[in-house]
Design a protein around this ligand. Structure first.
Ligand SMILES: NC(=O)c1ccc[n+]([C@@H]2O[C@H](COP(=O)([O-])OP(=O)(O)OC[C@H]3O[C@@H](n4cnc5c(N)ncnc54)[C@H](OP(=O)(O)O)[C@@H]3O)[C@@H](O)[C@H]2O)c1
Length: 245
């Protein structure tokens, strides 16, 4: 048990990650983009059920100053930070030729530079603690070739290399850095972006298990990577896609 930061924890995969840590007795800084009363009611309910604290932290990942002040609020709590889950991210699906460079920059800002900065700030504490685990939310789009995933895939592939190289740099401080690369999971991101162009059965047929993943199945692997059960796994990008056909 310990203290964990989960970004993008108000819905989708991030919410399943938050619930997994909560039922296992972890204290949580629950990040969301903007203040949300319904979310605050929800987290105060699961915090009291599980005898933990869950503190909401809000910041926009595309705004450097907001990231810094949001992270400062976490540091002001003067608690140890044992685990950081960089889950928040933005989806995108279109061909390279239809994607202006402005859009590509936005994707890299949210999916790469924001976690980059959050990790850099968090590591200051983790290095002093000589202990910590960072888990980044990648995607199979970073590993497989798919028309339409060029920019999204590239932003997540950058995150993969950050994961692997950083693991080599900070392993000696007792800090592990890993990533998970889920296949399709039916969240708002998938509904609003991919499923507008690709039929669900096409995605399901690509998995050896003939179905999409569930958010809880991703959260289980994230949780495993956060705990001592995975104490010798470092610098890995782990696919969670039911096997690819
Ligand atoms: N679903 C999939 O099939 C799939 C597959 C592979 C990887 N992933 C990755 O898994 C992660 C979670 O995805 P999801 O499917 O759960 O998506 P989702 O339901 O759309 O949730 C995304 C989360 O990230 C937050 N977020 C996005 N942009 C943000 C910004 N600019 N500033 C602050 N917060 C921001 C959202 O906050 P708001 O609620 O305020 O928007 C939300 O909490 C992402 O990194 C995604 O790339 C998803």
């Amino acid at each position: 048990m310990g203290n964990v930061i989960v970004t993008g924890s108000n819905r989708g995969i991030g919410k399943a990650v938050l619930e997994k840590f909560a039922v296992n007795g972890w204290n949580i800084w629950a990040h969301g983009r903007a203040r949300n009363e319904e979310f605050e009611d929800y987290i105060s309910g699961i915090a009291s059920e599980n005898h933990i604290w869950i503190r909401p932290v809000y910041f926009e990942l595309g705004d450097d100053r907001q990231i810094k002040s949001g992270m400062k609020r976490i540091f002001d709590d003067k608690e140890e930070i044992h685990v950081l889950v960089n889950n928040a991210g933005m989806g995108y699906y279109d061909t390279f030729q239809r994607t202006p460079v402005r859009k590509a920059r936005e994707l890299f800002d949210i999916n790469f530079f924001a976690p980059y900065e959050i990790i850099q700030l968090t590591l200051r504490k983790m290095v002093l603690q000589k202990k910590g685990a960072v888990i980044n939310m990648s995607s199979i789009a970073s590993l497989d070739v798919n028309e339409g995933d060029c920019v999204y895939g590239a932003s997540k592939a950058a995150l993969n290399m950050l994961t692997r190289d950083l693991a080599a740099e900070v392993g000696r401080f007792g800090i592990r850095v890993n990533a998970v690369a889920p296949g399709p999971v039916r969240t708002d991101l998938l509904e609003n972006i991919h499923l507008k162009r690709i039929a669900p059965h096409v995605m399901e047929e690509k998995s050896a298990m003939g179905r999409m993943g569930r958010a809880e199945e991703i959260a289980n692997v994230v949780y495993f990577l956060a705990t001592e059960e995975s104490s010798y796994i470092n610098g890995e990008v782990i696919r969670i896609d039911g096997g690819r056909k």
